[in-house]
Design a protein around this ligand. Structure first.
Ligand code: TRP
Ligand code: SF4
Length: 341
């Protein structure tokens, strides 16, 4: 039996940070061995919001291209293997736009208006005049997934509502047109570690909060960001007893220095460890672990032809899969074929 199909996408926010790496990419890298994977950079979705400042959007397209390419570089540097999965840019597969249009005809407005993520985005990005495209965000996402007949979607909890709408849409299409064209997609919820921001253990690392460490940062910038990480505010001197829970540095020892983490706790709690040294040790371990990824990243950044070939090849494979799906869709909907009317 062939491998089951996995699809997932990420918005082109530029170089990835450690939250993207450990929260999503590491998981994708594991999945590529067991599933037939399609991973794409969703440049169309980036245009659903106005953007501004660092964030790309329809009012701020200046970095859209650059961000998309940076992200592709990071994906490959982090271990996605173009020989195992299709890596491409969403908008290179026009069939997805066609499917989005057809899905938009059968997406009840109420589903979109009730979508909790829509309300969060409008509030979160302070969007005064939400666009038609933003309201249709989940319909476009459903087209992303279903154009490739994605059976599983590895995403975080925050995307569950969108995947549920994808299921509803697949079901609605299949029953409306009397054919099982689409699979009923499932979220692949895996144990995904929560990566804190450098500013607080209970905040998520994110591009928009600026509390991140990027793969594109060099070792000195990484060490500097570790130096300003939030620690136990009551621990000022080395011999003060500390509370590792709630300390961001401690949390990161868990990612990069697992073996020594119990020792870190013990010494911190007993006042045998100072924060300055604790941070130095973490920066060292972090830079060691990230070095191979950063080396590959630099190599790829210096070889634009290689990245272009990877994206072209990925888009080609994706397009072939999407074209086959669209042929079935057009037939199910009785759209007139170009030849043989
Ligand atoms: N909405 C997703 C996010 O913000 C990105 C996305 C777009 C996506 N299309 C997708 C994720 C298809 C999974 C499958 O993270
Ligand atoms: Fe955090 Fe380490 Fe300082 Fe303890 S010693 S508060 S774990 S930085």
């Amino acid at each position: 039996m062939g491998k089951r199909r996995v699809t997932s996408g990420m918005r082109p926010t530029g170089s990835m940070h450690l939250g993207n790496l450990h929260g999503a990419l590491d998981n994708w890298v594991r999945l590529q061995n067991d599933y037939d994977c399609f991973f794409f950079i969703v440049d169309w979705h980036a245009l659903t919001t106005p953007g501004g400042g660092d964030a790309v959007g329809y009012e701020n397209v200046g970095k859209l291209r650059e961000n998309a390419v940076e992200m592709a570089i990071d994906w490959v540097a982090a271990g996605l293997d173009p020989g195992k999965c299709a890596i491409f840019i969403q908008s290179h597969v026009k069939e997805v736009a066609e499917l989005h249009l057809l899905f938009s005809m059968i997406t009840p407005l109420g589903w979109l208006e009730r979508n909790p993520t829509y309300k969060e985005m409008v509030l979160g990005y302070k969007i005064e005049h939400p666009s038609y495209g933003l309201l249709g965000y989940p319909t476009l996402q459903a087209a992303d997934i279903l154009a490739y007949k994605g059976e599983f979607v590895p995403v975080g909890k925050d995307q569950e509502a969108h995947v549920n709408m994808t299921r509803d849409l697949a079901q609605r299409f299949n029953s409306m047109f009397g054919r099982e064209v689409f699979p009923i997609t499932e979220v692949l919820l895996t144990e995904i570690p929560k990566v804190p921001g450098i500013d607080a253990a209970d905040k998520k690392m994110s591009k928009s909060s600026g509390n991140y460490i990027a793969l594109a940062h060099d070792e000195a910038a990484t060490a500097e960001r570790v130096r300003i990480m939030f620690t136990d505010p009551a621990k000022i001197r080395k011999n003060d007893t500390g509370h590792p829970d709630g300390c961001v540095v401690y949390a990161f020892h868990g990612f990069y220095n697992k073996a020594e983490q119990p020792l870190v706790r013990d010494e911190c709690e007993k006042g045998l460890r100072g924060c300055v040294d604790c941070k130095k040790r973490l920066a060292e371990r972090m830079n060691e672990a990230l070095r191979p990824i950063r080396d590959r990243r630099r190599e790829l950044a210096g070889n634009p032809d290689r990245i272009r070939d990877i994206l072209l090849d990925g888009a080609g494979r994706a397009r072939a899969a999407a074209r086959a799906t669209l042929d079935e869709v057009r037939e199910a909907m009785n759209l007139p074929p170009e030849a043989g009317i």
